[in-house]
Design a protein around this ligand. Structure first.
Ligand code: TRP
Length: 452
């Protein structure tokens, strides 16, 4: 089969806009709305937030460009891509990525299931009749049932499988184009409302005025890890999406646009949530339940709240879906490209395996609540920590080294500047990816193990 027709067979985005929206869809998800606010709260706000933004700029954006360049150059899944360019031990980086896809998607579906549960509550008008004090208890109610968590997790995985089975352009692309813009505007509305609420000013101070003493080594690693998680980096998801892009797509522009959008969504959601935290006296370090314990209070108090609650949780579920499909896509691309499985078979089979892998996470608040393997964290929080703080930055470190030290300028620059594209910032990017990103990731790791 010629190179051209094999590419066509794998699928391509139908438009540049589709590629941007799909990548933004992958990046923007539970990481922005569920996770960013809660970890910012646990690590004391300002300094953590600013360090997170610093990581996005010095590590995140350069690595996103790298992943997309490697993907588009090879038109392959992560394993095939490293095999094609260099082979040898580098293939392990691809392997690590596919494995991370299994791990992250397994618990991602459980948290997304919580969002589906809240959509269901919203549809029944549950929040409307509630007192501000009662709303946080709804979350405890949800966590107390293993069965409903399993059911929602299964439902969410089912939806992910259906979309991924549809393939690149019809499945993935359409879902993103419609939902992401609506989500952005509803968050903007909630954040603006939040700023003018009684807790608004405190929220802004908490999020943006740094107390550097709170930025201890674990907080730094968490911020770095979250930069990877939030931008979908370090495991080849952006590499895989880049592999469906055509020549002439301006990769740096896409990467920068996506990173800016992703950061804005996280900050808007932080502002909306912390305004409620400080208005109603909720603990900023409330942990993984934070978004579910805060926003519904607002929905219960404002006119038209039920409708907005429905819309919000619907969009949250969609944001999670556009991310989960990118996680499953990495795994599926690997089995299709390397093992020559059919798309349908790969999606169904692997989706089911990943669902099973996620079961312990779904049970981690009751049946398995005494299973702690990192500190006093339950199973779900432990593998989230393991994947986000260790696997992703490690994968990212290798991708940066690969790009900076193995790829020739001719290949990298040549790939980026295919078509009419000119990349004026090439020297800056090359400097960042060759020196700054790897050194920074290494330093944060070493700092965490207490080497300084
Ligand atoms: N970025 C997504 C979020 O913020 C999650 C995600 C999707 C992801 N694909 C990924 C994280 C790949 C790491 C790697 O919710």
């Amino acid at each position: 089969m010629s190179e051209y027709s094999s590419k066509q067979k794998r699928g391509l985005w139908t438009s540049r806009f589709g590629f941007i929206m799909a990548s933004a869809g992958s990046a923007i998800g539970l990481g922005n709305i569920w996770k960013f606010p809660y970890i910012a709260g646990m690590h004391g706000g300002g300094a953590f937030v600013l360090f997170f933004i610093f990581c996005i700029i010095t590590v995140g954006i350069p690595i996103m460009i790298s992943e997309m360049v490697i993907g588009r150059h090879t038109h392959k899944d992560p394993v095939g891509a490293f095999k094609k360019i260099r082979g040898g031990a580098w293939v392990i980086v691809g392997w690590l990525g596919v494995t991370a896809g299994f791990v992250i998607l397994s618990y991602y579906c459980v948290v997304a299931g919580w969002a589906v549960d809240y959509l269901w509550l919203a549809l029944q008008g549950t929040f409307t009749a509630q007192h501000a004090q009662q709303v946080p208890q709804l979350f405890a109610g949800l966590l107390s049932s293993d069965l409903s968590q399993l059911l929602w997790q299964a439902l969410f995985m089912g939806m992910t499988i259906l979309i991924v089975m549809g393939g690149v352009s019809s499945g993935l692309e359409l879902a993103n184009k419609v939902m992401m813009p609506i989500l952005f505007f509803i968050l903007l509305f909630l954040a603006i409302r939040g700023i003018f609420s009684p807790g608004g000013e405190k929220a802004l101070t908490f999020l943006f005025s740094p107390q550097w003493s709170k930025l201890d080594p674990p907080a730094m690693l968490e911020a770095l890890g979250h930069a990877f998680f939030s931008l979908s980096l370090g495991m080849g998801a952006m590499l895989t999406y880049g592999s469906y892009a055509d020549e002439g797509t301006n990769i740096p522009k896409v990467a920068i646009t996506v990173s800016i959008m992703d950061t804005c969504v996280a900050l808007l959601s932080g502002i909306a949530i912390f305004s409620i935290v400080f208005t109603y006296g909720i603990e900023p370090a409330a942990g993984p339940g934070l978004v579910f314990k805060t926003l519904p209070i607002l929905f219960s108090q404002m006119p038209g709240g039920t409708l907005i609650a429905i819309l919000f949780f619907l969009l949250l579920v969609f944001a999670a879906l556009t991310s989960s499909i990118s996680l499953l896509e990495v795994v599926v691309a690997y089995y299709c490209d390397e093992k020559k499985w059919g798309r349908k078979k790969a999606t169904l089979f692997m989706g089911f395996i990943i669902f099973l892998l996620g079961v312990p996470s779904a049970l981690s608040n009751n049946l398995l609540k005494d299973v702690h393997f990192i500190g006093d964290r339950n199973f779900l929080d432990s593998i989230d920590l393991l994947a986000t703080n260790y696997i992703l930055p490690l994968g990212g470190l290798f991708i940066a080294i690969f790009t900076g030290w193995i790829l020739t300028t001719r290949l990298a620059k040549g790939e980026i500047e295919k078509g009419e594209v000119r990349f004026q910032l090439y020297p800056a990017w090359h400097f960042l990816i060759k020196y700054v990103s790897p050194v920074l990731v290494a330093l944060v790791f070493l700092n965490k193990i207490g080497l300084f």
